[in-house]
Design a protein. Structure first.
Length: 770
């Protein structure tokens, strides 16, 4: 078993390895922020060339194709990086405006290979990159996988000695090219020989059509042997021999079978990724890789017909004395005309198919870079590793968490609508901000750790570590120095995402949340962590299921752990009515932090589920608090001086709060810019100093002087309206601060918590760093 330090060290390996392969020239080219972030975070990226946009397809089909391919890559969990030159600037990850410029027919965009780059940059030209120049720029940026249509090669007749720069680039640039094989117009046999001389492995995909001709039992046995870590050398070599005996040929772009033997095969994306990882990252080989994918049967063209058309096109080229860099475009145009445009249409389908396969390879390679042990790792890991004299990054002993947060983490995307008020049932102009990591559980855990640097806090939540959002979350948690020990991987669910729309003042208008993975967090995994760490405090974010909440309540009672509940939203907090709640003083729930609206929903949910019919339990506590007409009269009198109290009386806020107290003995009720109302059960008469900062407070003595009921209102920390950016993280930040202070709700804690909440609404981030 690996100890904790070794596990943590492994998590750093992908960044260590990646950094060694990002060129020192990366700062001299324009890399989009999305691509840059993905590369730095080990999120899989797939590079795309742009000559198919500038020279391959007519407008507007070229733009439509480019956008479709980028979407396919995103759908498969990767980030697309279309590469081109824009006004002389090498650009990795062109934006929509650049894409349009590249595709316009009335702009004389140039075709750019390696040799053209100095001239293009000197003259500030715009144009599309070939395979060679795309590989070069992808390598500078640190991208491993590049998806395209067809590969360049040795021209026919070979006596012309016309060899594509693509082949030479493959011999010296460690980028994997996923394609449909060399173009059919080329001399494919000599292309394979040239690549062999350059040390470039060429491997052909065993797709479903090929697999269907193999005995399923044999395929299953192969998979079993490859999956076993202790398989013997004889069995592993038998697999290699089996694939060699199949005698698969490389595809010829338009056709599935060129008639030329493929040196190697890849039967799944993991094998392809393994080849790249071992060659590039373990052996530091500097050559590229060619992964050929035969065209899908339904779109591939007939080889006999294509051979006849190509022979005719070559004769025309000789007749018109077309040579050099003009030869390939001439032949492709002739094929287009002879096939009535079908060659261009199938070209697009090949590109789409290759983009999907390239994405799968990139995703597998990303996993390998994350999971594999470092070959540079010292044999004896020291007890502590320090960087820049900061806190120890790796410790030999597991540090127990004093506080655990069980709840949600999600990728949050915030949109600000310009129309005021926003138009319903219509499109609204606005701004889409960058995606950030959020979720109530994540935000409260981050706020708690930032407001108390000495606290030990662990977030227990669920992600899919293999999708883009999951990888982004892992990266950010490392960046924020948050423990990832509590992350539970659920591979058949999407990592949670939340998209919110805000008005010009930053107020929430509407939101959409895909949080299924959070409601499916397994109880056994959560309870195991709680038993291991035995924390003092647990915060429950009610994005979780009521069943999990019940299990945590029981475990907390067993281990004498205090619980704080953050209701999250009106829909989510209604689940509290379904829970098996104990009453004071047996309840493990110490603190509930609803908004005014959530308070009413929780009250209604408990009433609906019969929680206020427990005469022996609930009513006994309520009666002991001395809640009667005299208390109401005191509140009415106070409301004449404090009009806000009159609003609370009219809305039934006090009545709802009082009736919830037996189940939730401390209530911090959030009311936005109106501040915070604190209602709680006290076992000792509170001193006046505990209400410092309040503009109103009442202490009610219960029957037989055994219990006290305190009510206090604290005004919000003043914020200029012009400084407000968004208000979605204010409640989470306030809750996180209170969590870090041991659930204290005295005047000092409430005032400080509101300062943190105020900083949140003025920050582009949900949780400020102050």
């Amino acid at each position: 078993m690996l100890n904790t330090a070794q596990k943590l060290n492994r998590s750093l390996i992908s960044h260590e390895i990646q950094a060694r392969f990002i060129s020192k020239l990366a700062h001299r080219i324009n890399i989009s922020e999305e691509v840059k972030h993905a590369i730095n975070s080990n999120i899989p990226v797939v590079a795309l060339e742009s000559t198919i946009i500038t020279h391959g397809l007519p407008y507007p089909e070229n733009i439509g194709m480019a956008k479709t391919v980028e979407s396919l890559i995103r759908d498969n969990g990767c980030v697309p990086a279309t590469i081109a030159f824009v006004k002389g600037m090498p650009t990795v990850g062109v934006n929509s405006e650049h894409l349009e410029i590249l595709g316009l027919p009335d702009i004389h965009n140039v075709k750019i290979s390696r040799r053209d780059i100095p001239n293009v940059m000197a003259r500030k030209l715009t144009g599309g990159t070939t395979i060679a120049s795309t590989m070069m720029l992808a390598n500078i940026a640190g991208i491993d996988v590049f998806s395209t249509g067809g590969l360049g090669g040795v021209s026919r007749p070979w006596t012309l000695s016309d060899v594509s720069a693509d082949l030479d680039e493959l011999g010296k640039t460690p980028v994997a090219v996923v394609c449909s094989g060399p173009k059919s117009i080329l001399d494919i046999q000599r292309t394979m020989e040239y690549l062999e001389t350059k040390g470039v492995p060429v491997s052909t995909y065993v797709d479903e059509a090929m697999r269907s001709k193999i005995d399923p039992y044999v395929l299953q046995r192969i998979e079993n042997i490859q999956r076993e870590s202790n398989s013997d050398a004889r069995s592993l070599n038998e697999i290699g021999k089996f694939w060699d005996l199949q005698k698969y040929n490389v595809p010829g772009f338009y056709v599935r079978d060129s008639g030329v033997r493929s040196p190697f095969v890849w039967e799944n994306p993991r094998i392809a990724a393994d080849m790249i990882y071992n060659g590039k990252y373990r052996m530091e080989m500097e050559n590229g890789y060619v992964f050929c994918a035969p065209a899908p049967i339904e779109v591939a063209l007939d080889k006999t017909i294509m051979d006849e058309i190509i022979d005719e096109a070559l004769q025309l080229a000789e007749q018109y004395n077309v040579t050099g860099k003009e030869l390939t475009p001439f032949l492709l145009q002739t094929l287009y005309e002879k096939t009535n445009g079908k060659s261009a249409k199938v070209n697009v389908e090949f590109v789409k198919n290759n983009a999907i396969l390239g994405s799968k390879i990139a995703a597998e390679l990303s996993n390998l870079k994350s999971d594999a042990p470092s070959i540079f790792q010292p044999s004896n890991l020291e007890e502590k590793t320090e960087i820049n004299n900061t806190k120890p990054l790796i410790e030999s002993k597991l540090k127990l968490a004093e506080t655990i947060v069980v709840g949600s983490v999600a990728v949050d995307t915030m949109c600000r609508i310009i129309n005021n008020p926003p138009l319903m049932n219509d499109s609204n102009p606005g701004k889409i901000m960058d995606s950030k990591i959020g979720g109530v559980g994540f935000n409260t855990a981050l706020a708690a750790s930032r407001s108390n640097a000495d606290s030990s806090i662990m977030l227990i939540t669920a992600i899919n570590k293999n999708d883009v959002s999951g990888k982004l979350i892992l990266s950010k948690m490392k960046e924020f120095n948050m423990s990832s020990e509590g992350l539970i991987n659920i591979s058949n669910e999407n990592t949670a995402q939340y998209i919110s729309m805000h008005d010009t003042n930053g107020n929430l208008v509407v939101a959409c949340a895909d949080m299924d993975i959070i409601t499916n967090i397994p109880s056994n995994s959560v309870l195991k962590k709680i038993e291991e760490h035995k924390p003092k405090y647990i915060l429950l974010d009610m994005n979780i299921s009521s069943e999990l909440a019940d299990d945590v309540f029981l475990k907390a009672m067993e281990l004498d752990i205090k619980i704080m509940v953050e209701p999250t939203s009106g829909v989510k907090c209604s689940k509290l009515g379904l829970c098996n709640l104990a009453v004071f003083p047996q309840t493990p729930v110490e603190l509930l932090t609803p908004t005014i609206e959530e308070l009413a929903i929780i009250h209604a949910s408990l009433a609906k589920n019969g929680k206020f019919e427990d005469i022996d339990g609930w009513f006994t506590v309520l009666d002991a608090l001395g809640i009667n007409s005299q208390l109401r009269e005191r509140l009415v009198m106070a409301s004449r001086k404090f009009p806000l109290l009159e609003k609370y009386l009219q809305k039934g806020v006090f009545q709802q709060a009082f009736q919830l107290l037996p189940y939730f003995p401390r209530l911090v009720i959030k009311d936005g810019s109106n501040g915070v109302l604190v209602v709680q059960i006290e076992t000792k008469e509170p001193k006046t100093v505990s209400f410092n900062g309040s503009d109103f407070h009442i202490v009610n003595t219960g029957s037989r002087h055994r219990l006290f009921l305190s009510i206090a209102h604290y005004p919000a920390f003043k914020v200029n309206e012009s400084d407000i950016v968004n208000v979605t993280g204010a409640g989470d930040t306030l809750a996180g601060y209170l969590l870090s202070k041991g659930l204290s709700v005295d005047g000092k804690s409430i005032q400080e918590a509101q300062k943190w909440a105020a900083a949140s609404v003025c920050s582009p981030d949900a949780v400020p760093n102050i």
